[in-house]
Design a protein. Structure first.
Length: 376
């Protein structure tokens, strides 16, 4: 195989493909990127068996300026090959595989020879039977991921909770994640859409996918038996395995009663929590406290080892019973970041019950929930 291509276009493709490459894969071949050159495209593939990404660069892409001299295929070490391409001096790069599995890479005055592997040893992409599909705006999907993936569990002892549960049906798509200490749930309406699905997508897959959505307008989502496929335009396909098992009924975790409510700007509250967390992180407990009494609300953190911080917050509205409640500031900060600069309402039942955070302009379709910390 031999081809010449615009170096920046190749770098962009390699950055996407490397999202699927893991240094911990049980199959050594998967530390490589698969390159296949056909008569009209360069096809790059990366996989760690859980995630697979394929992207095509066409000869008809004017920006790529792909010139094909001879077709073929080769597997090249992902990290080494990518680092070489990023550091080459020229605007274009020529890659040639003349014999065996050795590749010669030329750009400007630089020339590299690197050892590859037989492309035929690289696993094939999953062949799946599509059961359902739908289209989403990429910015909407990115927002849903950002607002929910923060609550997935990091504990591999609870594998089902390391994913986000997507439920499609009745004209709605609901995404929910929980690690049993917090919960995030987002619902979207789909008019005249009769597709149904109930899948759990690993959080790590969604984080990698989100990083590829910025330059995409729409995403086609295809659901299969044990895979979900995201088509990012005509040239890039993202495959993820699904988690198997029954996700807990998240609706049972969400309290329906609010005895105390606080309405405030999310970004302003986040800045206050950030300041209180400076002290709580230095202490042993990593806990801060909310005191709400009448129309006065105080955020405080007290660490015998370090000191004390106390700050009054100025809410737009406070209603209900007086309350003192303690919580993990890191959970609170993650939740508040998902609201941006929106006005939110925090709803409390008691000092020991989970409390909810919802945007005041969309409280039925987006909710964050945090379990308080018992301090006595």
């Amino acid at each position: 195989m031999q081809f010449t291509i615009n170096r920046q276009v190749l770098i962009k493709a390699l950055n996407n493909i490397n999202r699927a490459i893991s240094s911990k894969s049980a199959l050594p071949i998967l530390s490589n990127i698969k390159l296949v050159l056909t008569e009209d495209a360069l096809i790059l593939t990366g996989s760690d068996t859980d995630i697979s990404i394929e992207t095509k660069i066409s000869v008809y892409d004017d920006e790529a300026n792909l010139k094909i001299d001879s077709i073929g295929g080769l597997a090249l070490p992902a990290t080494f090959f990518t680092n070489i391409v990023k550091r080459l001096p020229g605007e274009e790069i020529t890659l040639a595989n003349k014999e065996g599995f050795q590749a010669k890479i030329i750009s400007g005055s630089a020339e590299f020879d690197i050892h590859g592997q037989d492309v035929n040893n690289y696993p094939h992409l999953p062949e799946v039977e599509i059961k359902n599909n739908l289209q989403l705006e990429a910015k909407t999907l990115s927002e849903v991921i950002r607002q929910t993936v923060l609550a997935v569990s990091k504990q591999l002892s609870q594998p089902i909770l390391t994913g986000v549960h997507f439920i499609l049906g009745g004209g709605n798509l609901t995404a929910v994640a929980t690690d049993r200490h917090r919960l995030a749930q987002r619902t979207l309406a789909f008019e005249n859409h009769d597709a149904t699905a109930d899948i759990i997508v690993p959080g790590v897959s969604l984080i990698q996918l989100q990083g590829m959505l910025e330059a995409v307008e729409t995403v086609e989502i295809q659901v299969a038996t044990n895979q979900v496929i995201f088509k990012l335009g005509p040239n890039t396909t993202f495959y993820s395995r699904l988690l198997e098992g029954n996700y807990p009924d998240a609706s049972r975790l969400i309290p329906t009663e609010k005895r105390t409510t606080l309405t405030i700007n999310a970004r302003e509250l986040l800045q206050t929590i950030d300041r209180a967390a400076l002290l709580s992180h230095e202490g042993r407990s990593n806990v801060i406290q909310f005191d709400i009494s009448g129309d006065r609300s105080i955020i405080s953190s007290n660490s015998p080892e370090v000191g004390k911080i106390e700050e009054e917050i100025f809410a737009a509205e406070t209603a209900g019973d007086a309350l003192t409640i303690s919580f993990n500031p890191d959970y609170m900060r993650d939740a508040l970041k998902s609201f941006g600069d929106e006005e939110i309402q925090i709803g409390f039942k008691t000092a020991l019950d989970p409390f909810t955070i919802v945007p005041t302009n969309n409280e039925n379709n987006f909710i964050q929930l945090i379990t308080p910390v018992r301090t006595y």
